[in-house]
Write a protein that binds this ligand. Structure first.
Ligand SMILES: [Fe+2]
Ligand SMILES: [Fe+2]
Length: 150
């Protein structure tokens, strides 16, 4: 990916946890970059969409790990993550077969992600900010979120 916008996370969507805010920003930047790629290319940027899905999966695993370290009830939040990954997998298949338009899907994904941050990630951020909360991940089990720990 040649051009990667930076700083796409609106202030009102910050959860005030450095790892989570950095990854949320990265995801919004990736979505924006895919939009730009799709304007420039005749074929949908499939590899970038697959990378985005992997990024979501690693991020969800990071949140799951943080909640587990807190001993926080996380089942509803985890269910949202599982449903999103199922939808993203289906979207990838539909994009590949030409049954889904990329740009409307990206708009939906941004809307979904904003809603998810407001309804699920902000409460997690508030729990993490309490005394005894987890500011940094010690040893993430999945993916490359390790580079984003503060
Ligand atoms: Fe998140
Ligand atoms: Fe989440």
């Amino acid at each position: 990916m040649e051009h990667k916008p930076q700083g796409m996370l609106p202030l009102e969507l910050m959860v005030n946890h450095p790892t989570l805010d950095a990854k949320h920003d990265d995801i919004f930047c990736r979505i924006e970059a895919i939009k730009e790629s799709s304007l420039a290319a005749e074929t949908p940027p499939g590899d970038e969409v697959l990378a985005l899905v992997s990024c979501f999966a690693r991020h969800f695993a990071t949140e799951d790990e943080l909640a587990r370290e807190l001993g926080m009830e996380f089942s509803a939040h985890a269910r949202e993550h599982a449903q999103a990954l199922h939808l993203l997998d289906k979207a990838c298949a539909d994009l590949k077969s030409g049954r889904l338009d990329l740009r409307p899907f990206l708009r939906y994904l941004e809307y979904w992600f904003e809603h998810h941050i407001n309804e699920f990630d902000k409460p997690l951020g508030r729990r993490l900010a309490r005394p005894g909360g987890v500011r940094n991940l010690r040893a993430p089990r999945v993916g490359s979120d390790a580079g984003l720990t503060a």
